[in-house]
Design a protein around this ligand. Structure first.
Ligand code: F6R
Length: 369
């Protein structure tokens, strides 16, 4: 069952290149154009959408946070992301020109289901991004884009998350395609890169031994912090969530720009801080800002664990541990940057003697509110 792995989680982490490729399968044409006909939301509806609202919980919520950057950048449609459990209680503003995207691996999460019911009652169109055929959330939605991660058994979500990201990028790029935006060329280029991303995830998986070793060395720590900017911020949140649920450690993700507004007070001698560094190409301002953040925390004694693109030399002097990830377009970086964080959390959990596939107090699908 576990295919030679000690845990389902390890197997599912290893399956990510295939999960990503399967989710792209048949959706990118040879001409580089996307076809999402299966989704069944008429292009006219997508063309007229005035707002996108994403609802989800936990890891799926983090996928939604990343999707916001992609959707707003490529389509210029305003996009909100909300925890499904909060959504209907604040009386959100929705109408028939709102496209609601509900993201759920299981398709049975009660909070997400109640959020989408509320959205449909207000006349919004709901598109589900889901990994489970025929589950309740896609059945109750107007349309569905399935992720093809295959069954995810471990409680902690890994391959489902990566495929949720792929599905979100597909929706964002498709919205850009049907609406036509000034980013047409960029969209074409990104579609090409997305088609190759499984190979890059594979590359990352091949270089994880130092990450495992590092994790084992941190088993006695109480706290780990995660910092990121732009799409690296949700990646930091996801890294922290994985560590909480698997290693039962205090872990927090911050937007690096928030450091001086509070969290920097937490920095002390030898505190492990994982920093996700954006590409130095393209949005280089972001990159330079985070390099100074790394310097700031290191000057205060933090043990810096830096996740940075291949060839980025500026971070080297400030990294106590350096984890390399392949060069990708900025918006796609979460697909490769998340993988080391999954491996890190899994290995730390094992080192602390925890049950990796079945963390205490957690259930794979949360069917109560
Ligand atoms: C974390 C995790 C949970 C789920 C969340 C939503 O590793 O697995 O945070 O992501 O409970 O579940 P789905 O996607 O099934 O709606």
């Amino acid at each position: 069952e576990k295919g030679g792995y000690d845990y389902f989680m390890l197997k599912e982490i290893a399956e990510q290149p295939k999960a990503v490729a399967d989710t792209l399968l048949g959706r990118i044409g040879t001409d580089g154009r996307l076809s999402l006909d299966e989704v069944r939301i008429p292009d006219a509806v997508l063309r007229e959408a005035q707002k996108v609202v994403i609802v989800a919980c936990g890891t799926a919520f983090h996928a939604g946070l990343i999707a916001k950057y992609a959707i707003e950048h490529w389509t210029r449609i305003p996009c909100e992301v909300e925890l499904a459990s909060e959504f209907r209680y604040r009386d959100p503003i929705l109408d028939h020109r709102t496209l609601v995207i509900a993201i759920s691996q299981s398709g049975e999460t009660m909070d997400t289901l109640m959020a989408l019911r509320h959205a449909r009652e207000q006349g919004a169109k709901v598109l589900a991004i889901c990994n489970t055929n025929g589950s309740t959330i896609p059945r109750e939605s107007d349309a569905v884009l399935y992720t093809h991660a295959g069954p995810e058994v471990a409680v902690a979500s890994t391959k489902a998350f990566l495929t949720q990201l792929v599905a979100c990028y597909l929706v964002a790029l498709y919205l850009g395609q049907v609406r036509g935006t000034k980013w047409g060329d960029e969209i074409q280029a990104v579609v090409k890169e997305l088609a190759e991303i499984g190979t890059q995830v594979e590359e990352v998986l091949g270089t994880m031994e130092p990450v495992r070793e590092l994790a084992r060395g941190l088993a006695g720590k109480n706290t780990v912090l995660f910092l990121g900017r732009h799409v690296g911020h949700p990646v930091a949140l996801e890294g922290a969530l994985k560590l909480k649920e698997l290693a039962y450690m205090h872990a927090e993700g911050f937007a690096a720009g928030e450091l001086k507004h509070g969290p920097i007070a937490l920095i002390e001698e030898d505190l492990p801080v994982v920093v996700i560094v954006p590409s130095p190409r393209g949005r280089s301002v972001l990159h330079d800002k985070i390099v100074s953040n790394i310097q700031e925390i290191r000057a205060r004694g933090a043990r810096t664990i830096v996740i940075a693109e291949e060839g980025d030399e500026t971070v080297v002097p400030y990294a106590d541990h350096l984890v390399r990830i392949p060069v990708t377009p900025t918006l796609l970086q979460p697909l490769v940057a998340t993988v080391p964080l999954q491996v890190f959390a899994c290995e730390l959990a094992t080192a602390r003697g925890n049950e990796v596939d079945q963390p205490r107090n957690l259930a794979k699908s949360v069917t109560v509110e």
